[in-house]
Design a protein around this ligand. Structure first.
Ligand code: IVH
Length: 677
């Protein structure tokens, strides 16, 4: 290629790659497969290698990280980077509102507030001059930060050059760099596999990744940036409302938070807080509160600042997700598959909105990694509905009498030996169904809502049934008699009748639920559904070979091996036969016609509150009709079912022109395909 032609091609590729990058990292809406992107990038790299004079510092090839620095340079923030005042409850918010109205002499006004999630990451400043990213800096003490330009350049959601036009000559964008949870989990999994120390939480991971003198390391970390304000602005004007400024930033290619909203009046701020608090665990990133900002810039100016925080903004914090407490003891629980899990007994502590007195320690390796001893002061984390975890130890507070944790060599339930397979972290009791702990766990799983859904058969009752010797195997559930149940402690005749009834109803099920209910190792709900779809009947599943299993979506060698082992063990097949004799039944699936399912090939998303169905039920029914049900809206979504309270997904669907229907339309659509609720 001649230089002129190469220059033209490079320009075209850069534009194309920038566009794909923007769609992928800023809009979360990828338009081409990764392979296509990689091909484009490779071609551009080849051109730039042949003609180094064509290299442009803003080229997408220039995001891999530069040579390591000896140290970070200091930078001075011309406009200081402030912090925020905190509110902890609705009363604090009312007080905030009163202060605002008083200072503005607007006693009865309903002010407009911009509401934004408070991302738990690292504050940064990005300086754009004539639309080109010139400098990235940490907040530091608010006046002096560190120059991390090399590092921020590796983050794909940060444009190296602004899109469009109309931006000021000098524009300092401020925001948060954070690590989304899935990236954090992935990174920590890899670290554990390499025997390295994992990060305690996404915030620490983001901070550690960003403060690398070698930006090539930063480049490998799944960091993201979300903009929430501006600092220095010269040679241009911005709109006079905060929410409009964010809109401009989005137009110029910066990422802003999809949950951002504008509300009127302080009570609406409370409603926003409550609704986001309820969805917090489902967000793909950690947030530690909500930031409320007076939206009108002239009012912001009139309100001004106190020391280091603006008077016009406040952060309403969620209850802390990490707390410090003492480890009183460790007990060892035996799970369904015999896995022995160490459980920390803690001095009760209020964390993540509830009192926690137990937390998981995962396995023996984790105990070793934490270096934890009984009597230690530990940090406990409870985020969302996740099981509380011990995340670290304050070794400097270790008391004199602390004792080492001894992992059992025999099952604490049945006394059978414990073993661990090579390469596995988990020790297991080899007792199988001899072990009553495993039996209990297997029955609890079988009866659970997403499996056979035996209403009223809770954990305590299962413990009782097994301890009394009334149930020794899954099929034994269906032999229970009214007389036996009524004789149990704390069991009335009505509940006993209800349970017999629920057991009877559970017998009519689906193949997918039945496969899931068996508790085959590593066979979760999705895998069970894929197996049911692929084989259609129990007989076909049983007759299949390991390579047939491997051909099923989501089934890898580990799952295939567990399936083979499950079917090879004679006891298991006998048990399935006994369950079927007891009347457990399901319709076979016509696999030849699987593609003819009415919603096959379609992707649906369900959001908001539904009345007649739970979201899980709606999802299961849609999947039954062949639809794929996704967690987020993209241009490929065919239909969004939106109930009251739908938020960003609805906004996105409208923006992307995706069909939106409400619950009654969903019920109608289901009825059309013969599904009535
Ligand atoms: S506004 C003058 N908005 O919270 C206003 N801050 O103590 C300054 N943060 O370290 C900040 N999300 O990095 C603002 N939507 C948001 C935010 C946010 C997170 C962080 C910020 C700062 C701390 C404030």
């Amino acid at each position: 290629m001649e230089q002129r032609e190469a220059a033209e091609r490079a320009g075209h590729l850069r534009q194309q790659l920038d566009q794909w990058n923007y769609q992928y990292y800023v809009l979360d809406d990828p338009t081409v497969p990764d392979a296509e992107y990689d091909r484009g990038l490779q071609e551009l790299q080849a051109i730039e290698a042949q003609y180094p004079e064509l290299i442009d510092p803003q080229s997408p090839t220039q995001r891999v990280g530069a040579a390591p620095l000896a140290q970070f340079q200091q930078v001075t923030h011309q406009v200081p980077m402030l912090s925020l005042d905190n509110a902890f409850d609705a009363r604090d918010m009312q007080a905030f509102n009163r202060r605002l109205l008083e200072r503005l002499s607007l006693p009865d006004a309903q002010l407009e507030f911009a509401c934004e999630p408070k991302l738990d990451g690292i504050a940064v400043s990005l300086l754009y001059r004539h639309g080109v990213l010139e400098r990235g800096a940490t907040r530091g003490d608010g006046t002096t930060g560190e120059d991390i330009t090399q590092n921020v350049r590796t983050i794909r959601s940060i444009p190296l050059r602004l899109r469009g036009s109309g931006f000021p000559d000098v524009l300092e964008v401020r925001g948060e760099i954070y690590m989304p949870r899935d990236g954090f989990e992935r990174m920590n999994r890899q670290a554990r596999e390499r025997g390295e120390k994992p990060f305690v939480n996404p915030r620490n991971a983001a901070a550690g990744s960003l403060r690398q003198l070698d930006a090539r390391i930063t480049a490998t970390r799944p960091l993201q940036m979300c903009s929430y304000s501006v600092g220095l602005v010269e040679g241009g004007r911005l709109p006079d409302r905060h929410s409009e400024i964010l809109r401009c930033l989005a137009q110029w290619g910066l990422r802003i938070n999809a949950e951002s909203a504008v509300v009127t009046g302080i009570d609406a701020c409370d409603a926003y807080y409550q609704s986001l608090a309820a969805r917090r665990a489902g967000l793909p990133y950690d947030i530690d509160g909500i930031v409320f900002k007076v939206n009108a810039l002239d009012l912001q100016q009139r309100l001004g600042f106190v020391s280091r925080a603006p008077r016009w903004a406040i952060a309403r914090k969620f209850p802390a997700q990490e707390e410090v407490t003492r480890l009183l003891d460790v007990e060892f629980q035996v799970g369904r598959t015999g896995a022995i899990t160490p459980v920390a007994r803690l001095e009760p502590v209020f964390v993540g909105g509830v009192t926690v007195s137990n937390a998981t320690l995962h396995n023996a390796d984790e105990i070793a990694r934490l270096g934890v001893q009984i009597g230690d002061t530990v940090v406990v984390r409870r985020a969302g509905d996740v099981i509380p975890q011990v995340v670290s130890v304050l070794v400097e507070r270790r008391p004199a009498g602390a004792t080492a944790i001894v992992f059992p060599t025999r099952c604490p339930d049945c006394g059978s030996p414990v073993e661990r397979e090579e390469g596995e972290a988990v020790w297991r009791c080899v007792g199988g169904l001899v072990c009553s702990a495993q039996r209990k766990a297997a029955i609890k799983h079988y009866a659970s809502r997403r499996a056979m859904d035996v209403e009223g058969l809770g954990d305590k009752l299962v413990d009782q049934l097994v301890d009394e010797g009334l149930v020794t195997r899954l099929s034994g559930l269906y032999d229970l008699t009214l007389t036996q149940l009524v004789a149990l402690e704390r069991m009335g005749e009505k509940s006993a009748l209800n349970l017999i009834d629920a057991l009877e109803r559970s017998k009519t099920t689906t193949l997918a639920r039945f496969i899931f209910a068996l508790g085959i190792r590593e066979v979760g709900e999705t895998t069970a559904r894929n197996l049911a779809q692929a084989f259609g009947s129990w007989e076909a599943l049983l007759a299949a070979s390991e390579s047939d299993y491997l051909a099923v979506q989501d089934v890898g060698p580990v799952v295939a091996d567990h399936l083979v082992q499950f079917f090879d063990a004679p006891g298991n097949l006998e048990e399935v036969a006994a369950l079927r004799r007891a009347g457990v039944t399901w319709p076979d699936i016509d696999t030849a016609n699987a593609n003819a399912l009415p919603l096959a090939g379609q992707t649906w998303v369900v959001t908001g509150k539904l009345e007649a169905l739970s979201r899980d039920e709606a999802k299961a029914l849609l999947q039954g009709l062949g639809a794929k049900v996704a967690g987020s809206v993209s241009a490929k979504t065919d239909c969004l079912v939106a109930g009251p309270g739908a938020g960003s997904k609805l906004v996105r669907a409208r923006a992307l022109d995706v069909t939106v229907i409400d619950e009654s339309a969903l019920l109608e659509a289901l009825a059309q395909h013969g599904v009535t609720v």
